[in-house]
Design a protein around this ligand. Structure first.
Ligand SMILES: [Zn+2]
Length: 516
Protein backbone atom coordinates (compact mmCIF):
# COMPACT_ATOMS: atom_id res chain seq x y z
CA UNK A 1 0.00 0.00 0.00
CA UNK A 2 1.23 3.43 -0.73
CA UNK A 3 1.01 7.13 -0.20
CA UNK A 4 -1.93 8.22 -2.23
CA UNK A 5 -3.44 4.83 -2.58
CA UNK A 6 -4.68 4.25 0.79
CA UNK A 7 -5.27 4.70 4.41
CA UNK A 8 -4.41 5.46 7.92
CA UNK A 9 -1.46 3.76 9.44
CA UNK A 10 -1.85 2.20 12.82
CA UNK A 11 -1.65 4.77 15.55
CA UNK A 12 1.85 5.08 16.93
CA UNK A 13 2.15 5.27 20.63
CA UNK A 14 3.62 8.56 21.62
CA UNK A 15 6.04 8.67 24.49
CA UNK A 16 8.18 11.15 26.35
CA UNK A 17 10.36 13.27 24.13
CA UNK A 18 14.08 12.71 24.03
CA UNK A 19 14.47 15.30 21.33
CA UNK A 20 15.48 18.83 22.17
CA UNK A 21 12.99 20.21 19.66
CA UNK A 22 9.58 19.97 21.29
CA UNK A 23 6.37 20.20 19.36
CA UNK A 24 5.79 23.72 20.63
CA UNK A 25 9.25 24.89 19.60
CA UNK A 26 8.71 23.24 16.26
CA UNK A 27 5.42 25.08 15.88
CA UNK A 28 7.00 28.36 16.84
CA UNK A 29 9.70 27.90 14.25
CA UNK A 30 7.40 26.92 11.46
CA UNK A 31 4.81 29.55 12.15
CA UNK A 32 7.10 32.55 12.28
CA UNK A 33 5.86 33.80 8.95
CA UNK A 34 2.30 32.80 9.59
CA UNK A 35 1.36 35.04 12.47
CA UNK A 36 0.71 38.14 10.42
CA UNK A 37 -1.50 36.35 7.93
CA UNK A 38 -3.35 34.49 10.65
CA UNK A 39 -4.83 37.59 12.25
CA UNK A 40 -6.79 38.25 9.10
CA UNK A 41 -9.37 35.54 8.48
CA UNK A 42 -10.12 33.97 5.11
CA UNK A 43 -13.22 36.11 4.68
CA UNK A 44 -11.04 39.18 4.37
CA UNK A 45 -9.02 37.59 1.58
CA UNK A 46 -11.45 37.59 -1.33
CA UNK A 47 -10.57 35.70 -4.47
CA UNK A 48 -8.09 37.75 -6.38
CA UNK A 49 -7.40 35.69 -9.43
CA UNK A 50 -4.87 38.30 -10.51
CA UNK A 51 -2.89 37.61 -7.36
CA UNK A 52 -2.79 33.89 -8.03
CA UNK A 53 -1.93 34.43 -11.69
CA UNK A 54 0.77 36.93 -10.90
CA UNK A 55 2.80 34.19 -9.26
CA UNK A 56 2.94 32.37 -12.63
CA UNK A 57 2.99 29.16 -10.65
CA UNK A 58 0.75 26.17 -11.01
CA UNK A 59 -1.37 25.91 -7.89
CA UNK A 60 -3.11 22.58 -8.17
CA UNK A 61 -5.40 20.57 -5.98
CA UNK A 62 -6.38 16.92 -6.13
CA UNK A 63 -10.11 16.45 -6.01
CA UNK A 64 -12.36 13.46 -6.58
CA UNK A 65 -15.77 13.16 -8.17
CA UNK A 66 -17.67 12.67 -4.93
CA UNK A 67 -16.91 16.22 -3.78
CA UNK A 68 -18.56 17.71 -6.87
CA UNK A 69 -21.53 15.37 -6.47
CA UNK A 70 -21.93 16.10 -2.76
CA UNK A 71 -21.30 19.84 -2.72
CA UNK A 72 -22.15 21.01 -6.24
CA UNK A 73 -19.71 21.70 -9.04
CA UNK A 74 -19.86 25.49 -8.99
CA UNK A 75 -19.68 25.62 -5.22
CA UNK A 76 -16.56 23.42 -5.10
CA UNK A 77 -14.80 25.33 -7.88
CA UNK A 78 -15.57 28.63 -6.13
CA UNK A 79 -14.19 27.29 -2.84
CA UNK A 80 -11.01 25.95 -4.42
CA UNK A 81 -10.36 29.20 -6.24
CA UNK A 82 -11.29 31.58 -3.47
CA UNK A 83 -9.87 29.80 -0.48
CA UNK A 84 -7.05 27.75 -1.99
CA UNK A 85 -5.91 30.23 -4.68
CA UNK A 86 -6.07 27.22 -6.95
CA UNK A 87 -5.60 27.63 -10.71
CA UNK A 88 -5.41 23.96 -11.68
CA UNK A 89 -7.72 21.03 -10.91
CA UNK A 90 -6.28 17.54 -10.75
CA UNK A 91 -9.50 15.64 -11.17
CA UNK A 92 -9.45 12.02 -10.02
CA UNK A 93 -10.66 10.33 -13.16
CA UNK A 94 -9.43 6.77 -12.86
CA UNK A 95 -8.71 4.79 -9.70
CA UNK A 96 -10.10 2.07 -7.53
CA UNK A 97 -8.20 3.49 -4.54
CA UNK A 98 -9.35 5.49 -1.54
CA UNK A 99 -6.36 7.83 -1.41
CA UNK A 100 -7.57 9.80 -4.43
CA UNK A 101 -11.20 8.67 -4.64
CA UNK A 102 -14.22 8.82 -2.38
CA UNK A 103 -15.03 10.74 0.77
CA UNK A 104 -12.91 10.80 3.90
CA UNK A 105 -11.55 7.33 4.54
CA UNK A 106 -13.40 5.24 7.10
CA UNK A 107 -12.47 5.82 10.73
CA UNK A 108 -11.28 9.38 10.18
CA UNK A 109 -13.24 12.51 11.15
CA UNK A 110 -15.04 14.25 8.29
CA UNK A 111 -13.81 17.72 7.35
CA UNK A 112 -16.15 20.71 7.67
CA UNK A 113 -17.70 20.35 4.21
CA UNK A 114 -19.23 17.63 2.10
CA UNK A 115 -21.56 14.88 3.26
CA UNK A 116 -20.80 13.61 6.74
CA UNK A 117 -21.51 10.01 5.96
CA UNK A 118 -19.13 7.21 5.09
CA UNK A 119 -19.21 6.04 1.48
CA UNK A 120 -17.54 2.78 2.37
CA UNK A 121 -20.51 0.78 1.16
CA UNK A 122 -21.06 2.87 -2.00
CA UNK A 123 -17.50 3.42 -3.14
CA UNK A 124 -16.57 1.36 -6.17
CA UNK A 125 -13.99 3.20 -8.24
CA UNK A 126 -12.95 2.93 -11.89
CA UNK A 127 -13.27 5.43 -14.70
CA UNK A 128 -15.40 8.41 -13.61
CA UNK A 129 -15.54 9.71 -17.19
CA UNK A 130 -17.13 7.79 -20.07
CA UNK A 131 -14.81 5.19 -21.58
CA UNK A 132 -15.11 5.12 -25.39
CA UNK A 133 -14.77 1.49 -26.56
CA UNK A 134 -12.62 2.25 -29.62
CA UNK A 135 -9.69 3.11 -27.34
CA UNK A 136 -9.75 -0.20 -25.51
CA UNK A 137 -9.70 -2.65 -28.44
CA UNK A 138 -6.28 -4.05 -27.53
CA UNK A 139 -6.92 -4.70 -23.88
CA UNK A 140 -9.07 -7.05 -21.85
CA UNK A 141 -9.67 -4.27 -19.30
CA UNK A 142 -12.73 -2.88 -21.06
CA UNK A 143 -15.29 -2.74 -18.31
CA UNK A 144 -13.93 -0.10 -15.95
CA UNK A 145 -16.71 2.48 -15.83
CA UNK A 146 -17.22 3.67 -12.25
CA UNK A 147 -20.77 3.12 -11.10
CA UNK A 148 -20.62 5.26 -7.96
CA UNK A 149 -22.61 8.17 -9.40
CA UNK A 150 -24.89 6.49 -11.95
CA UNK A 151 -24.37 7.91 -15.43
CA UNK A 152 -22.42 10.96 -14.32
CA UNK A 153 -19.44 11.88 -16.51
CA UNK A 154 -17.19 13.75 -14.12
CA UNK A 155 -15.05 15.49 -16.75
CA UNK A 156 -18.08 16.72 -18.68
CA UNK A 157 -19.52 17.91 -15.37
CA UNK A 158 -16.50 19.87 -14.19
CA UNK A 159 -14.93 21.11 -17.42
CA UNK A 160 -17.37 23.93 -18.36
CA UNK A 161 -17.11 25.61 -14.94
CA UNK A 162 -13.35 25.17 -14.94
CA UNK A 163 -13.03 26.75 -18.39
CA UNK A 164 -15.27 29.63 -17.44
CA UNK A 165 -12.99 30.34 -14.49
CA UNK A 166 -9.87 29.83 -16.61
CA UNK A 167 -8.82 26.94 -14.39
CA UNK A 168 -6.67 24.25 -15.98
CA UNK A 169 -7.90 20.69 -15.69
CA UNK A 170 -5.71 17.60 -15.58
CA UNK A 171 -7.02 14.07 -15.18
CA UNK A 172 -5.44 12.01 -12.42
CA UNK A 173 -5.20 8.34 -13.29
CA UNK A 174 -3.88 5.76 -10.85
CA UNK A 175 -2.64 2.20 -11.16
CA UNK A 176 -4.83 0.79 -8.41
CA UNK A 177 -7.25 -1.98 -9.42
CA UNK A 178 -9.66 -4.28 -7.67
CA UNK A 179 -9.28 -8.00 -8.19
CA UNK A 180 -12.95 -8.32 -9.22
CA UNK A 181 -12.65 -6.03 -12.25
CA UNK A 182 -13.27 -8.13 -15.38
CA UNK A 183 -9.97 -8.98 -17.04
CA UNK A 184 -7.72 -8.26 -14.07
CA UNK A 185 -7.20 -11.93 -13.30
CA UNK A 186 -5.93 -12.50 -16.85
CA UNK A 187 -3.33 -9.75 -16.78
CA UNK A 188 -2.29 -9.59 -13.12
CA UNK A 189 1.13 -10.42 -11.78
CA UNK A 190 2.00 -14.04 -11.08
CA UNK A 191 4.01 -14.69 -7.93
CA UNK A 192 6.71 -17.28 -7.36
CA UNK A 193 4.12 -19.88 -6.40
CA UNK A 194 2.16 -19.24 -9.58
CA UNK A 195 -0.65 -17.35 -7.82
CA UNK A 196 -2.30 -14.37 -9.50
CA UNK A 197 -2.29 -11.14 -7.53
CA UNK A 198 -4.62 -8.17 -8.07
CA UNK A 199 -1.92 -5.84 -9.38
CA UNK A 200 -1.40 -5.52 -13.10
CA UNK A 201 1.71 -6.93 -14.73
CA UNK A 202 3.45 -3.96 -16.31
CA UNK A 203 4.96 -6.13 -19.05
CA UNK A 204 1.63 -7.56 -20.18
CA UNK A 205 0.76 -6.10 -23.60
CA UNK A 206 -2.90 -5.79 -22.62
CA UNK A 207 -1.94 -3.71 -19.58
CA UNK A 208 0.26 -1.42 -21.65
CA UNK A 209 -2.61 -1.07 -24.13
CA UNK A 210 -4.98 -0.17 -21.31
CA UNK A 211 -2.90 2.73 -20.02
CA UNK A 212 -2.18 4.20 -23.44
CA UNK A 213 -5.80 3.62 -24.42
CA UNK A 214 -7.09 5.39 -21.32
CA UNK A 215 -4.72 8.34 -21.72
CA UNK A 216 -5.60 8.69 -25.41
CA UNK A 217 -9.31 8.40 -24.69
CA UNK A 218 -9.24 11.17 -22.08
CA UNK A 219 -7.14 13.49 -24.24
CA UNK A 220 -9.13 12.87 -27.45
CA UNK A 221 -12.57 12.91 -25.90
CA UNK A 222 -12.30 15.95 -23.63
CA UNK A 223 -10.67 19.38 -23.79
CA UNK A 224 -8.39 18.76 -20.84
CA UNK A 225 -4.89 20.12 -20.26
CA UNK A 226 -3.15 16.83 -19.52
CA UNK A 227 -2.71 13.77 -17.37
CA UNK A 228 -1.17 13.12 -13.96
CA UNK A 229 -0.21 9.47 -13.68
CA UNK A 230 0.07 7.71 -10.33
CA UNK A 231 1.82 4.41 -9.86
CA UNK A 232 3.13 3.87 -6.37
CA UNK A 233 4.06 0.26 -6.73
CA UNK A 234 7.49 -0.70 -5.45
CA UNK A 235 9.84 -3.13 -7.10
CA UNK A 236 10.29 -6.63 -5.66
CA UNK A 237 13.39 -5.83 -3.62
CA UNK A 238 11.61 -3.19 -1.57
CA UNK A 239 8.50 -5.32 -1.37
CA UNK A 240 10.52 -8.22 -0.05
CA UNK A 241 12.09 -6.09 2.65
CA UNK A 242 8.99 -4.15 3.57
CA UNK A 243 11.21 -1.17 3.03
CA UNK A 244 8.40 1.27 2.55
CA UNK A 245 6.42 3.26 5.08
CA UNK A 246 3.07 1.74 4.42
CA UNK A 247 3.11 -1.92 3.81
CA UNK A 248 3.35 -5.13 5.66
CA UNK A 249 6.26 -7.36 4.87
CA UNK A 250 5.15 -10.04 2.45
CA UNK A 251 8.36 -11.22 0.93
CA UNK A 252 6.94 -14.36 -0.61
CA UNK A 253 4.64 -12.37 -2.91
CA UNK A 254 7.15 -9.93 -4.19
CA UNK A 255 6.90 -9.58 -7.91
CA UNK A 256 5.78 -10.95 -11.19
CA UNK A 257 7.29 -14.08 -12.72
CA UNK A 258 4.78 -14.36 -15.58
CA UNK A 259 5.63 -15.35 -19.16
CA UNK A 260 6.00 -11.71 -20.25
CA UNK A 261 8.42 -11.02 -17.43
CA UNK A 262 10.36 -14.15 -18.33
CA UNK A 263 10.53 -13.04 -21.94
CA UNK A 264 11.68 -9.54 -20.96
CA UNK A 265 14.30 -11.11 -18.69
CA UNK A 266 15.62 -13.38 -21.47
CA UNK A 267 15.94 -10.40 -23.80
CA UNK A 268 18.10 -8.67 -21.19
CA UNK A 269 20.16 -11.72 -20.39
CA UNK A 270 18.74 -12.07 -16.87
CA UNK A 271 18.54 -15.63 -15.58
CA UNK A 272 14.93 -16.19 -14.58
CA UNK A 273 15.61 -19.31 -12.47
CA UNK A 274 18.40 -17.54 -10.57
CA UNK A 275 16.11 -14.58 -9.89
CA UNK A 276 13.52 -16.96 -8.46
CA UNK A 277 16.15 -18.64 -6.30
CA UNK A 278 17.45 -15.27 -5.13
CA UNK A 279 14.00 -14.08 -4.08
CA UNK A 280 13.35 -17.39 -2.33
CA UNK A 281 16.58 -16.89 -0.40
CA UNK A 282 15.66 -13.29 0.36
CA UNK A 283 12.25 -14.43 1.54
CA UNK A 284 13.86 -16.90 3.96
CA UNK A 285 16.15 -14.14 5.23
CA UNK A 286 13.20 -11.80 5.82
CA UNK A 287 11.09 -14.42 7.57
CA UNK A 288 13.99 -15.42 9.83
CA UNK A 289 14.77 -11.79 10.60
CA UNK A 290 11.15 -11.06 11.50
CA UNK A 291 11.27 -14.06 13.82
CA UNK A 292 14.40 -12.64 15.43
CA UNK A 293 16.66 -15.51 14.33
CA UNK A 294 19.97 -13.72 14.00
CA UNK A 295 22.31 -15.09 11.33
CA UNK A 296 25.83 -15.86 12.59
CA UNK A 297 27.31 -12.95 10.66
CA UNK A 298 24.50 -10.56 11.54
CA UNK A 299 21.44 -9.34 9.63
CA UNK A 300 23.07 -6.79 7.34
CA UNK A 301 25.87 -9.11 6.24
CA UNK A 302 23.41 -11.90 5.48
CA UNK A 303 21.30 -9.50 3.42
CA UNK A 304 24.26 -8.11 1.52
CA UNK A 305 25.52 -11.65 0.90
CA UNK A 306 22.20 -12.53 -0.72
CA UNK A 307 22.68 -9.60 -3.10
CA UNK A 308 26.28 -10.53 -3.84
CA UNK A 309 25.50 -14.19 -4.43
CA UNK A 310 22.33 -13.43 -6.37
CA UNK A 311 22.83 -10.22 -8.33
CA UNK A 312 19.66 -11.31 -10.14
CA UNK A 313 17.74 -9.96 -7.13
CA UNK A 314 18.78 -6.43 -8.09
CA UNK A 315 18.40 -7.11 -11.82
CA UNK A 316 14.83 -8.35 -11.32
CA UNK A 317 14.08 -5.24 -9.30
CA UNK A 318 15.49 -3.09 -12.11
CA UNK A 319 13.31 -5.00 -14.53
CA UNK A 320 10.23 -4.01 -12.53
CA UNK A 321 11.29 -0.36 -12.60
CA UNK A 322 11.94 -0.61 -16.32
CA UNK A 323 8.40 -1.89 -16.85
CA UNK A 324 6.97 0.87 -14.72
CA UNK A 325 8.93 3.58 -16.51
CA UNK A 326 8.18 2.10 -19.90
CA UNK A 327 4.49 2.56 -19.16
CA UNK A 328 5.16 6.19 -18.25
CA UNK A 329 7.06 6.70 -21.48
CA UNK A 330 4.28 5.13 -23.53
CA UNK A 331 1.60 7.18 -21.77
CA UNK A 332 3.53 10.35 -22.50
CA UNK A 333 3.93 9.38 -26.17
CA UNK A 334 0.22 8.60 -26.41
CA UNK A 335 -0.74 11.96 -24.92
CA UNK A 336 1.68 13.92 -27.11
CA UNK A 337 0.37 12.08 -30.16
CA UNK A 338 -3.02 13.63 -29.49
CA UNK A 339 -1.65 17.15 -29.10
CA UNK A 340 1.88 18.37 -28.45
CA UNK A 341 0.81 20.96 -25.89
CA UNK A 342 -1.00 18.46 -23.68
CA UNK A 343 1.07 17.76 -20.60
CA UNK A 344 1.98 14.64 -18.65
CA UNK A 345 3.05 14.60 -15.04
CA UNK A 346 4.13 11.79 -12.77
CA UNK A 347 3.50 11.39 -9.10
CA UNK A 348 6.74 10.53 -7.28
CA UNK A 349 5.84 8.57 -4.19
CA UNK A 350 6.72 9.36 -0.60
CA UNK A 351 9.15 6.45 -0.22
CA UNK A 352 11.48 8.32 -2.58
CA UNK A 353 12.21 10.76 0.20
CA UNK A 354 12.48 8.24 3.09
CA UNK A 355 14.36 5.33 1.72
CA UNK A 356 17.94 5.58 0.45
CA UNK A 357 17.66 2.21 -1.31
CA UNK A 358 14.65 3.41 -3.27
CA UNK A 359 16.22 6.81 -3.81
CA UNK A 360 19.18 5.14 -5.50
CA UNK A 361 16.84 3.70 -8.12
CA UNK A 362 15.39 7.06 -9.13
CA UNK A 363 17.32 9.70 -11.03
CA UNK A 364 15.57 13.01 -11.33
CA UNK A 365 17.44 13.82 -14.54
CA UNK A 366 16.10 10.60 -16.05
CA UNK A 367 12.53 11.17 -14.79
CA UNK A 368 12.70 14.71 -16.18
CA UNK A 369 12.98 13.31 -19.70
CA UNK A 370 9.77 11.34 -19.25
CA UNK A 371 7.49 14.08 -17.94
CA UNK A 372 6.51 17.73 -18.32
CA UNK A 373 6.27 18.00 -14.55
CA UNK A 374 6.86 15.84 -11.50
CA UNK A 375 4.61 15.89 -8.50
CA UNK A 376 7.15 15.15 -5.79
CA UNK A 377 5.52 14.00 -2.56
CA UNK A 378 6.80 16.01 0.42
CA UNK A 379 3.91 15.36 2.81
CA UNK A 380 5.49 16.56 6.03
CA UNK A 381 2.71 16.22 8.57
CA UNK A 382 1.81 12.58 7.94
CA UNK A 383 5.47 12.18 7.00
CA UNK A 384 6.38 11.86 10.66
CA UNK A 385 4.48 8.66 11.32
CA UNK A 386 5.25 7.30 7.87
CA UNK A 387 8.98 7.85 8.34
CA UNK A 388 8.85 6.22 11.78
CA UNK A 389 7.04 3.28 10.24
CA UNK A 390 9.70 2.96 7.56
CA UNK A 391 12.49 2.98 10.15
CA UNK A 392 10.76 0.25 12.13
CA UNK A 393 10.22 -1.77 8.95
CA UNK A 394 13.81 -1.64 7.76
CA UNK A 395 14.94 -1.96 11.36
CA UNK A 396 13.16 -5.28 11.66
CA UNK A 397 15.06 -6.90 8.78
CA UNK A 398 18.24 -5.59 7.13
CA UNK A 399 19.25 -3.29 10.00
CA UNK A 400 17.81 -5.34 12.84
CA UNK A 401 21.15 -5.20 14.67
CA UNK A 402 20.94 -1.41 14.92
CA UNK A 403 18.85 0.19 17.70
CA UNK A 404 15.99 2.04 15.99
CA UNK A 405 16.90 5.47 17.31
CA UNK A 406 20.45 5.14 16.05
CA UNK A 407 19.16 3.84 12.74
CA UNK A 408 16.92 6.90 12.47
CA UNK A 409 19.82 9.27 13.12
CA UNK A 410 22.02 7.42 10.63
CA UNK A 411 19.28 7.50 8.00
CA UNK A 412 18.70 11.23 8.61
CA UNK A 413 22.33 11.79 7.66
CA UNK A 414 22.00 9.67 4.53
CA UNK A 415 18.93 11.62 3.43
CA UNK A 416 20.18 15.08 4.37
CA UNK A 417 17.45 15.62 6.94
CA UNK A 418 18.14 17.94 9.81
CA UNK A 419 16.37 18.59 13.10
CA UNK A 420 13.63 16.00 12.74
CA UNK A 421 12.02 14.37 15.77
CA UNK A 422 13.15 11.25 17.60
CA UNK A 423 11.49 7.99 16.67
CA UNK A 424 9.04 8.32 19.55
CA UNK A 425 8.23 11.94 18.64
CA UNK A 426 7.99 11.64 14.86
CA UNK A 427 4.28 10.72 14.71
CA UNK A 428 3.25 13.67 16.90
CA UNK A 429 5.85 16.11 15.54
CA UNK A 430 5.50 15.32 11.84
CA UNK A 431 8.42 16.20 9.59
CA UNK A 432 9.56 19.80 9.46
CA UNK A 433 9.01 22.41 6.78
CA UNK A 434 12.78 22.26 6.34
CA UNK A 435 12.17 18.74 4.99
CA UNK A 436 9.72 20.22 2.47
CA UNK A 437 12.30 22.79 1.39
CA UNK A 438 15.20 20.32 1.16
CA UNK A 439 13.27 17.74 -0.86
CA UNK A 440 11.98 20.48 -3.17
CA UNK A 441 15.51 21.79 -3.77
CA UNK A 442 16.86 18.27 -4.31
CA UNK A 443 14.24 17.68 -7.00
CA UNK A 444 14.91 21.06 -8.65
CA UNK A 445 18.65 20.43 -8.71
CA UNK A 446 18.04 16.90 -9.98
CA UNK A 447 15.95 17.79 -13.01
CA UNK A 448 18.27 20.64 -14.03
CA UNK A 449 15.49 22.70 -15.53
CA UNK A 450 14.35 19.90 -17.84
CA UNK A 451 10.89 19.64 -16.28
CA UNK A 452 8.81 21.47 -13.69
CA UNK A 453 8.73 20.45 -10.04
CA UNK A 454 5.42 20.63 -8.21
CA UNK A 455 5.76 19.42 -4.63
CA UNK A 456 2.74 17.53 -3.33
CA UNK A 457 1.70 19.30 -0.12
CA UNK A 458 0.06 17.56 2.82
CA UNK A 459 -3.24 19.30 3.53
CA UNK A 460 -4.67 17.24 6.34
CA UNK A 461 -3.78 13.78 5.10
CA UNK A 462 -5.25 11.32 7.62
CA UNK A 463 -2.93 10.11 10.35
CA UNK A 464 -3.20 7.67 13.24
CA UNK A 465 -5.28 8.51 16.31
CA UNK A 466 -2.37 9.74 18.42
CA UNK A 467 -0.47 11.32 15.55
CA UNK A 468 -0.24 14.96 14.62
CA UNK A 469 -3.17 16.53 12.79
CA UNK A 470 -2.18 19.23 10.34
CA UNK A 471 -3.09 22.70 11.56
CA UNK A 472 -3.70 25.65 9.23
CA UNK A 473 -0.26 26.93 10.34
CA UNK A 474 1.25 23.65 9.10
CA UNK A 475 -0.46 23.99 5.73
CA UNK A 476 0.65 27.60 5.37
CA UNK A 477 4.24 26.79 6.32
CA UNK A 478 4.53 23.81 3.97
CA UNK A 479 3.23 25.73 0.94
CA UNK A 480 5.41 28.72 1.79
CA UNK A 481 8.50 26.50 2.17
CA UNK A 482 7.97 24.79 -1.19
CA UNK A 483 7.42 28.05 -3.06
CA UNK A 484 10.33 29.75 -1.35
CA UNK A 485 12.57 26.83 -2.30
CA UNK A 486 11.81 27.64 -5.95
CA UNK A 487 9.11 25.13 -6.85
CA UNK A 488 7.16 25.79 -10.05
CA UNK A 489 3.97 25.47 -8.05
CA UNK A 490 2.38 23.04 -5.64
CA UNK A 491 -0.26 20.33 -5.68
CA UNK A 492 -2.48 20.33 -2.60
CA UNK A 493 -2.95 16.69 -1.62
CA UNK A 494 -4.34 14.11 -1.29
CA UNK A 495 -7.95 15.07 -1.94
CA UNK A 496 -10.33 17.92 -1.18
CA UNK A 497 -12.77 15.55 0.55
CA UNK A 498 -10.32 15.09 3.44
CA UNK A 499 -9.20 18.74 3.78
CA UNK A 500 -10.51 21.17 6.35
CA UNK A 501 -11.42 24.55 4.88
CA UNK A 502 -9.17 26.44 7.30
CA UNK A 503 -6.17 24.40 6.06
CA UNK A 504 -7.12 25.02 2.45
CA UNK A 505 -7.47 28.75 3.14
CA UNK A 506 -4.08 28.81 4.88
CA UNK A 507 -2.51 27.19 1.81
CA UNK A 508 -4.19 29.84 -0.33
CA UNK A 509 -2.82 32.63 1.87
CA UNK A 510 0.68 31.20 1.54
CA UNK A 511 0.29 31.24 -2.25
CA UNK A 512 -0.95 34.84 -2.27
CA UNK A 513 1.70 36.00 0.17
CA UNK A 514 4.41 34.39 -1.96
CA UNK A 515 3.07 36.15 -5.05
CA UNK A 516 2.89 39.53 -3.37
ZN1 LIG B 1 4.59 -10.17 -15.47
Amino acid sequence: MADDQNVALPAMKSSASSNPLTRRQFLNQTTAGFAAAAVVGPALFPATSQAAESTQKMIGIQVGSVSFVDEGTEQVLDTLQERGAVNTIFLTTFTYGRGLGGRQIPGQPFPDHGRQQSDEMMFHGGNYAIPHPEFYRNTVLKDTRATDHGDLDIIATVLPGAKRRRLKLYCSIEDVFRSDVPGVKEVAEVDLQGRRTSTLCLFHPAVRAFWTGLATDLCESYEIDGILFFNERNGPLLNALGASHAQSIASSRVTCFCEFHQKAARERGINFERAGEGYTKLDRFVQSALAGKRPGDGYFVEFWRALVEYPEIVLWDRLFDEGKHQVLTEVKAAVKAVRRDLEVGFHIEHVNSFNPIFRATRRYDDLARKADFLKVVVYNNCGGERYAHFIRNIGSTVFRDVPHDELLRFNNHLLNYESEGSLADLPTAGLSTDYVARETRRALEGVQGKCRILPGIDIGIPTGKESRKASPEDSYAAVAAALKAGAHGVILSRKYSEMRLANLAAAGRAVRDAGA
